[in-house]
Design a protein around this ligand. Sequence first.
Ligand SMILES: [Zn+2]
Length: 332
Amino acid sequence: MTGEASGGAGLDLHSHLEGRVRPATAAELARRLGAPEPDRGWAAALRLEEPGDLTAYLACVAASYPLFQDPEAVRRIAYEAVVDAAADGQAHLELRFGPATHVTDRHGLDEVVRAAADGVQEGAAATGVPAGIVIAALRHHDAETNERVARAAARAAGSGVTGFDLAGDESRWPAHEPFAAAFRIAAAAELGLTCHAAEAAGAAAVADAMRVLGVRRIGHGAHLAEDPEALRRAADEGVVIEICPTSNVWTGAIPRVEAHPARAFLAAGVRVVLGDDNPVQTGSPLSAERAVLRERLGFTAAELARLDADALDAAFLTRDERRSAAALLGRR
Ligand SMILES: [Zn+2]
């Protein structure tokens, strides 16, 4: 793949490893691992049928979880995710991954994290597209589990793991306080910090995540524009919102992509970057999300260039990787 990447889809700063399993790979891995095939087949099981709520959306993503119980499978899925990102024209891929869900009696946290990190590093080497794993703590796990996850992420910092996130069902577990210690561990290891917030919860979740977890990058923020004061504060404090418009329709955060608050964010001076969240489930990879911005949310060429510049600035990249991502973007 080296040399074929165009960077035309931009930087993907919000995408989940568990949401990037190729259906053909799922079928093959399931056979090898002895995991039962879903009644409808893998392609249908991994694809959402109709917009619902965050709980239903996450249940569809979880259809792939049996495949993540094997580190070699995790490594392959991560490798293929970077290959697919390169084929989609992405100039950088940040892959979120919640390892605690995939720990078994035979494979501990470090091994699971290492498998994902090895896969992205091999994918990046094969394609020339910089990529990293953003380890996700999960809202439904207890504080101690998430602190163990943070320590495993810290041990892999600088070798494929680049950041730390909080993901999961915000509608059922909205509080941030239980996760503060895990974020302190990640920050001490100099991992980049981000947090899913105001996806299912209200605008106040953004300021709360900033104050409690120390993040300046926010995943989704779909409800942030509903509170003008929260929006103004986000602009003042240089918050970067990782927008994923199509995902927000599927989770029921917004009724249709035209209702996405991206233009309100721009008008308020809030920086936005783009992600495709779970592209296998939604059928919308980053290149399609970029088309949504251009064709349905009216982003001009100048606004897309601004988004790319903000993404390069906010990405969890080393200086050399940033240069590579910028070069890929410039090749457009
Ligand atoms: Zn997400």
